[in-house]
Design a protein around this ligand. Structure first.
Ligand code: AHR
Length: 500
């Protein structure tokens, strides 16, 4: 029997809604087909954005959307993606399948999408193959509310008012596809490029995100911060850098043979979860380096690419990275989001890769059909954590399972919304055994509980022919007790409780 002690009096910080963020890249069928289908496609849409996908994402409460990449960002030239569509310059998407990118989804279309979704904007700029002038003009084009050549061009292209850029990434993976730079070199470039990200709207300054490490590369974090954390003319680092990114993908095999998304055994199940749980250690490690420069935690660690990366679905374009999504993905999403919640003092954003039709996507599409994946339902069940206050919680009595790929059978996080509702999210990582859990509050008397569950066999997934194999359901097995609540969490499941 496990016990989850919740001290509702001990508040541990705000869970930034952006921890529940997403990432859209010009990669495979993410943007084209997955999101943008053009007005005349026959698929129901508003200004080209497919209605079914937009509605599902709104229901999931998507808080922020990163665009246009990824590796794509460092070869994207924004001026190719504005103006009349028929005259937009085409390019080769060298990173992703060598296909022709016709640039019909560009800056205006991205903001239209975010407006329809009601989410914050996060644009990733091009340092690898772009100039400072190009980046600086993009900012002027998007955000200047006056008379200037770039603002005038925006107006001519049909958008009178400037847009709000909430976050701007200065390059992507500049240690790799973004230019193969050393941390010292990138750090100096960061200093230079970020200078020209002007805050034309002083009331809503753009949050600047510096390219951070890959997985466990603490040297990158150390050297980049050493080079560019402190601004020479301003001892206040905040404003010079608001976030440092971290990328970490869960790959059960190696990069040559990552493993199938749907055909796996119990051993691979635990291996995948074991690797996903490494996120906790990575956050601690990079946070410790960040603490040396920024003990007051003014800048955020932005985990702006994370999730499972498996082999592509058989028969699909290897450059498109299209993969299915099972209960294993649901469990990886659940434990990762619980980890982010618990580190909300440092982790201010996280964007799972990628939104539709690519890696650990929340939605898959085929023609005019759409399916919601198990990962979608986890984001839906966890949405109540967005903006809530993290509460102190301690789980005792969890078992270690999985043999050499050891994982706890249970994992959780707890928050409280402004109206007092307490949200508990619990994952049972065991493929075979249910787990009894007592929830004990310090003082609170639980009066009502609303519970939801996502469960299935480990390989269970939704297809276009059978879209409802795995879906969120009401969970009736929760009992109110003297000190809190008591429940049995089925094997291979994610449970969310809303307690009043
Ligand atoms: O998500 C696919 C790719 O993974 C991204 O483009 C890149 O940033 C990372 O290496």
């Amino acid at each position: 029997m496990a016990t989850l002690y919740i001290n509702e009096e001990k508040k541990k910080g705000t869970i930034s809604p952006e921890i529940y963020g997403h990432f859209s890249e010009h990669l495979g069928r993410c943007i084209y087909e997955g999101i943008y289908v053009r007005e005349d496609s026959g698929i129901p849409n508003k200004n080209g954005m497919r209605t079914d996908v937009v509605e599902a994402l709104k229901e999931m409460k998507i808080p922020v959307l990163r665009w246009p990449g990824g590796c794509f960002a460092d070869e994207y030239h924004w001026k190719d993606g504005i103006g009349p569509k028929e005259s937009r310059k085409k390019m080769v998407n060298t990173n992703w399948g060598g296909v022709v990118e016709d640039n019909s989804f560009g800056t205006h279309e991205y903001f239209e999408l975010c407006e329809q979704l009601g989410c914050k904007t996060y644009i990733n700029g091009n340092v690898g193959s772009g100039t400072v002038q190009e980046m600086s003009e993009w900012i002027e084009y998007m955000t200047f509310d006056g008379v200037s050549p770039l603002a005038d061009q925006r107006k001519k292209n049909g958008h009178e008012k400037p847009w709000k850029v909430d976050y701007f990434g200065v390059g992507n993976e500049n240690w790799g596809c973004g230019g193969n730079m050393t941390p010292e070199y990138y750090g100096n470039l960061y200093r230079r490029y970020q200078t020209f990200i002007r805050h034309y709207n002083h009331a809503a300054p753009i949050q600047k995100i510096c390219c951070g490490p890959n997985a466990g590369d603490a040297r990158w974090t150390q050297e980049v911060l050493k080079t560019c954390y402190a601004h020479p003319s301003s001892p206040e680092a905040h404003g010079f850098m608001d976030g440092l990114s971290l990328h970490y993908y869960t790959v059960p095999g190696d990069w040559q043979k990552k493993g199938s998304a749907t055909e796996f055994d119990e051993n691979e199940w635990y291996l995948t979860l074991h690797k996903a749980l490494r996120m906790d250690e990575l956050i601690r490690m990079h946070s410790a380096v960040m603490d040396q420069y920024d003990p007051e935690k003014k800048i955020g660690l932005m985990v702006d690419e994370w999730g499972n990366w498996f082999d592509v679905e058989p028969g699909t374009n290897p450059g498109f990275l299209y993969q299915q999504n099972t209960m294993r993905d649901a469990l990886v999403a659940a434990v990762s989001l619980n980890i982010f919640n618990k580190h909300c003092d440092r982790v201010r954003m996280a964007c799972i890769a990628q939104l539709v039709n690519v890696l650990q996507s929340v939605i898959l599409t085929e023609g005019d059909r759409m399916v919601l994946t198990p990962t979608y339902y986890v984001f839906h069940m966890y949405k109540h954590h967005q903006g809530a206050t993290l509460l102190d919680s301690v789980l005792t009595g969890a078992a270690q399972i999985g043999g050499e790929n050891s994982v706890p059978n249970l994992q959780e996080s707890v928050s409280q919304q402004t109206d007092g509702t307490i949200c508990v999210t619990l994952a049972n990582l065991s493929t075979t055994d249910s787990a009894d859990v007592d929830i004990v509050f310090a003082d609170k008397k639980a009066e009502t509980v609303q519970a939801a569950i996502l469960t299935g066999t480990m390989q269970a997934h939704n297809t276009f022919d059978e879209p409802d194999v795995v879906k969120e359901e009401e969970f009736e097995g929760v009992r109110l007790t003297q000190k809190g609540l008591s429940l049995t969490v089925p094997a291979c499941s994610v449970v969310s409780l809303r307690i009043r």
